[in-house]
Design a protein around this ligand. Structure first.
Ligand code: F6R
Length: 607
């Protein structure tokens, strides 16, 4: 999704802005631009394609200035071209960058056009530039102008604005879209996330919805939704700066896959003691809320949704209460029945996914309480939920989610224990699960050691156009996640079915050109799954099986990789690892952009 960077300093800021944009590249975008306050007024430069194209243009014709804004655009209104790229200007008076969607932009545009404002793009953002110019005919302060016009904007926005008459200031505002202020020494910044600014500061201020802030090099003045002066806390970035670098790895995705033993440990740290969960990790209010929970409604998107599907198995089996799971984009728009005592559980890496956030806002007043499992402290979902359990995975830069998923599962198991204690889960079972969780980082390490074999296996997929993933029980959502990973980074069509559904239709697809991947650990479903795999072999399908015992035998057309031992309850985490590695190696063989796959964005902050 779109990324914003802005800076106001007593040194030239062009390179700071460009570096910020590079650090936001992982969010996904199709054009980039900057605008700076220069001696000749506001000057801008925009390019389609990569930030490097913008950097090359600025290398040839640098912009000198100490205040500026920059943007990476992910097209929503209007195709990705230079005219639609941000910043947008109103004549040469002011420049705006925007993340979000202005839903009433058509009406506003017609009104402004009727008053003589000329539009040079198809974007919703350009209306903001002209609205501000119109407002500045009435008020003299840019801060007041921004505060006055945001009431007319329906939808979501994070804004950065500079205005020609005062080169020493940058005004920002947000509602529903992410934006942080980076607090420097004699310089201040804005960005869509903290990672973009780690090169210049590690202290951040988070704005509330409806806030407007004016930044100069020396100070930050914030007003709230009612126009009153507001104090916003400054906090220190929690993870090491190196968390945002690739280090020795070729791609962020590979680095993040390999970080999983460490981050699963980080997710457990301080939350378990001896053979018990420390329930206080959910916050002071958690115990009294959990006491009243009668069912759980899980809402999430994409990979996070798959984590929710696994949690459903755990909650219904170990807690013994109903658990529903649905994708946020459907749930938010349908009439939903919410039974009494519903815990509304959202799962999100970014904490900013528009559909998930909208679903929460839609039902917040009708549920017992909301809990978010999230990776980004200070994100909207964390701020707006009653309870939050952070996954502690550290920054995830690769667009394809990996370590976020396995830490979500870890956090969901802790949630299952907390709820289970009040229902079907006895102390003995709790101790068994805690012991299984403790062993997990080492077992994941062992699964990572299979990398070379998986890399070799990847060769069988690189030339194929379609694949089928199969699993049963908790391993069905794991297979779904494996299929999602493969399609998003290698662009190979990957379908996934619960193996028992094969004969109800998908078997018709199976032939020698459609490799079939199966996750087949030792559990109660293994015999059933093996029968399903026979159905595939009988139709000439080639099988690639990640198996937990020697009961799945390699033979012609059946390739088996044996997984490390692990407790049954933790199989979903462990069996995710080889599927992540498989999709990674297939994508590398195909030469795709692994960390920034086409058409995708890391943080989906618009609908
Ligand atoms: C897939 C992926 C996406 C996200 C989805 C939800 O690898 O990353 O499917 O899982 O966009 O994002 P979050 O978890 O940030 O709400």
């Amino acid at each position: 999704m779109c990324g914003i960077v802005g800076a106001v300093a007593s040194r030239p800021v062009q390179e700071i802005l460009l570096e910020g944009l590079r650090r936001l590249e992982y969010r996904g975008y199709d054009s980039a631009g900057v605008a700076l306050q220069t001696e000749k007024g506001i000057q801008r430069c925009r390019r389609t394609g990569k930030v490097q194209a913008l950097a090359d243009a600025l290398h040839d014709q640098p912009l000198q200035g100490k205040t500026g804004i920059a943007h990476t655009r992910w097209a929503t209104h209007g195709v990705p071209n230079e005219a639609n790229a941000h910043p947008h200007m109103s004549a040469d008076q002011l420049a705006v960058v925007h993340n979000g969607i202005i839903e009433n932009f058509e009406e506003l545009k017609q009104e402004l056009q009727a008053q003589g404002y000329e539009f040079s793009s198809d974007t919703d953002t350009e209306v903001i530039a002209h609205l501000l110019a119109r407002e500045l005919n009435k008020v003299s302060s840019l801060h007041t102008a921004v505060a006055n016009i945001i009431g007319q904007l329906e939808g979501a926005y994070a804004l950065g604005v500079i205005e020609k008459s005062d080169p020493s200031q940058l005004v920002t505002a947000r509602k529903g879209s992410p934006l942080v202020i980076g607090v420097g020494m004699g310089e201040n910044f804005i960005a869509s996330d903290q990672l973009a600014l780690l090169q210049v500061t590690d202290r951040f201020m988070f704005l509330e919805d409806g806030d407007v802030a004016t930044l100069t090099a020396e100070q930050i003045i914030v007003t709230d939704i009612n126009g009153a002066k507001a104090e916003r806390k400054v906090s220190q970035f929690e993870h090491g700066v190196s968390a945002a670098d690739k280090g020795e790895y070729k791609h962020f995705m590979l680095k993040e896959i390999y970080e999983q033993p460490e981050v699963i440990s980080a997710c457990l740290e301080g939350r378990i003691s001896g053979d018990k969960l420390l329930e206080q990790c959910f916050g002071a209010r958690a115990a009294s809320i959990f006491d009243q929970v009668k069912q759980v409604q899980i809402i999430a998107c994409g990979t996070s949704f798959h984590a929710g599907l696994i949690a459903k198995y755990w909650i219904e089996e170990l807690v013994g209460i109903p658990c529903m799971v649905e994708v946020a984009s459907e749930y938010r728009y349908r009439t939903v029945v919410i039974p009494q005592g519903t815990l509304f559980l959202t799962i999100s890496q970014s904490g900013e996914t528009a559909d998930t956030l909208a679903a929460l806002r839609e039902v917040q007043s009708r549920v017992l309480a909301s809990l978010v499992i999230c990776n980004v402290p200070g994100s909207s979902l964390v701020r707006e939920s009653d309870l939050a359990l952070m996954t502690n995975a550290g920054p995830e830069i690769g667009v394809a989610s990996t370590k976020a998923f396995t830490t979500q599962l870890t956090a969901l198991m802790l949630t299952t224990i907390a709820l289970g204690r009040r229902h079907n889960l006895d102390a003995q079972t709790e101790a068994t699960i805690i012991s299984a969780l403790r062993k997990l980082p080492q077992q994941v390490e062992q699964a990572l050691a299979m990398d070379a074999d998986i890399e070799q296996m990847a060769g069988a997929f690189a030339e194929k156009h379609h694949t089928l993933f199969l699993g049963r029980g908790t391993l069905y959502p794991v297979a779904k996640e494996g299929a999602l990973k493969l399609k998003e980074i290698s662009y190979i069509h990957a379908e996934c079915y619960p193996a028992g559904e094969l004969k109800h239709g998908p078997l018709a697809l199976v032939d020698k050109d459609m490799p079939v991947v199966a996750v087949a650990p030792q559990n109660d479903m293994l015999d059933k799954l093996k029968a399903n795999l026979q159905e595939v072999r009988a139709r000439g399908g080639e099988l690639f099986v990640f198996a937990g015992s020697d009961r799945v035998q390699a033979e012609e057309g059946t390739y088996v990789l044996t997984m490390p031992e692990c407790e049954e309850i933790m199989q979903p985490v462990l069996y995710t690892i080889p599927l992540q590695l498989l999709s990674y190696h297939v994508a590398v063989l195909k030469g795709t952009d692994v960390d920034q796959p086409r058409n995708l964005a890391k943080s989906v902050t618009v609908e």
